[in-house]
Design a protein. Structure first.
Ligand code: SAM
Length: 450
């Protein structure tokens, strides 16, 4: 194993002093492995594999970060764990590097995306099934109504509903080996042909009704076909370099990163955990969850929040009382949110926000402890996370607290740097006094004691 570099700067120097003394380091393409400790960088990205544009994930991380980690600390014999796989950025980078990867995500749509990105594909077979689905679908009359959820008619025009019902029925009859890919194309079709505003992460109608396009049944089939083609193109491009590596990816059948059960070991965790309160993944993917049959009804969908780290869907009885984590500095911040020391929000909101922060860090602590059981001695944990969040006016130094929690689980911080965020569509109110602007992702590398 390579030796990690020693600390040259304190891990959490004052950001202001760094910013005033040194501007962002501009990085073109890959992040250099000799990047100085504590740097603030702005990454100018080079064209990425088509694979990275496949699948809906509102908080995709940049592949340059896992790539940097692996070239600095990795060896080809590494086994990596990605416990918050999302759209699979770390998975692809680990395979490109030549390592093996175990991955999981609690969200069924993320799992589908990652399965498709790592599946073997026979393009001809997929094209054949797609043609069959479309020709059968166009002929078909008398469409069954199998999907029900609140406000379905508000979000989906009638011809769209009919076509989606037909396609999902036909996908179920398709060759098993093609189904994941077809379901992913279907998920993109659902999102595209809903009446939600295309540019939004969460379902919101267009402000002008007249801007809503009218879709025919044929349009829906057309979108489905073009999404199949887009995914196929990405997988064919992937196979030029990664076909043989796909066998090195393994999905762990573990539904929650807070409880990583089983007997297995890894050399490094490389991940970007959820942000506090920033993305409501369940709401953001509501339509796909219903149309793909991952949830049976609205209640079933709401149950998914129980596993979502960072969620703000917390029952009233759970947030009325102030929670304590046992970490004094963190508990003080939670109390400041709870009492409205800086900003008093509408009734109940301070207590709710305080609970969201409390629950987030308790969940991440459980995750770090659970991970530590599987990382071998001397192995690594590398994560990137929004550096800070402002909640009810209280600035929460998220990255720093996370490093502390990981430290309690047996990982010691050895390196960090900050990446300027660009074009990230996070669901956080920006530039308002009481809520946060996430300006940087902080990347932290920790090592487990030998
Ligand atoms: C910031 S995103 C990861 C994005 C990913 N790095 C990418 O580039 O696509 C965090 C992920 O954590 C997942 N997640 C949230 N709570 C989880 C839990 N309890 N167990 C496993 N995954 C969880 C979310 O579904 C989401 O996909």
């Amino acid at each position: 194993m390579k030796n990690p570099s020693s600390n040259q700067l304190p891990l959490f120097p004052s950001q202001n002093s760094i910013l005033s003394d040194s501007p962002y380091v501009n990085v073109q393409g890959d992040i250099p492995i000799d990047l100085p400790q504590g740097s603030f960088i702005s990454v100018h990205r080079e064209p990425a594999l088509k694979l990275y544009s496949i699948g809906f994930q509102p908080a995709k991380s940049i592949p340059e970060i896992p790539r940097w980690f692996l070239s600095k600390y990795g060896t080809r014999s590494f086994t990596v764990l990605e416990p918050f796989a999302g759209s699979g950025t770390t998975i692809i980078e680990a395979l490109k590097y030549g390592a093996s990867i175990y991955w999981l995500d609690y969200h069924p749509l993320s799992r589908l995306i990652c399965r498709v990105k790592t599946m073997q594909v026979e393009p001809e077979e997929v094209r054949r099934e797609t043609s069959r689905i479309i020709s059968n679908g166009l002929k078909r009359e008398g469409v069954p109504q199998t999907i029900a959820f609140a406000n379905k008619d508000f979000w989906f025009q009638k011809p769209v509903q009919d076509a989606l019902e037909v396609i999902r029925c036909e996908i179920r009859n398709a060759e098993q080996s093609t189904q994941s890919l077809l379901w992913l194309a279907f998920a993109s079709t659902v999102r595209k042909t809903s009446d939600m505003n295309d540019s939004m992460i969460l379902a919101a109608k267009r402000s002008q009704i007249a801007d809503t396009p009218h879709y025919s049944r044929g349009d829906v089939f057309h979108y489905f076909e073009s999404y199949v083609q887009k995914i196929l193109d990405a997988l064919i491009e992937r196979d030029h370099s990664l076909k043989d590596a796909l066998k090195n990816s393994k999905e762990l059948l573990i539904p929650d990163a807070r409880n990583l059960f089983g007997e297995w070991q890894c050399d490094a965790v490389i991940t970007s955990p959820p942000y506090i309160n920033a993305i409501d993944y369940v709401w953001a993917s509501k339509f796909e969850l219903h149309w793909l049959g991952y949830v049976q009804d609205d209640h079933d969908r709401l149950c998914l929040y129980e596993k979502e780290i960072g969620t703000e869907r917390i029952a009233k009885h759970a947030y009325e009382k102030l929670g304590r984590t046992g970490v004094d500095s963190l508990d003080q911040l939670i109390e400041d949110v709870f009492t409205g020391k800086i900003y008093k929000a509408t009734p109940g909101q301070n207590a709710l926000r305080a609970r969201v922060v409390y629950q987030y860090f308790v969940d991440m602590q459980a995750h770090f402890k659970s991970s530590a059981r599987h990382v071998r001695s001397g192995g690594y944990y590398c994560f990137s996370i929004g550096e800070k969040s402002r909640i009810c006016g209280v600035e929460i130094p998220v990255a720093e607290i996370m490093a502390g929690l990981a430290g309690r689980a047996g990982f010691q911080p050895i390196f960090q740097f900050h990446v300027l965020l660009k074009n990230r569509r996070l669901n956080v109110p920006r530039n308002v006094g009481w809520a946060g602007t996430i300006k940087h992702d902080t990347v932290i590398v920790l090592q487990k004691a030998t």
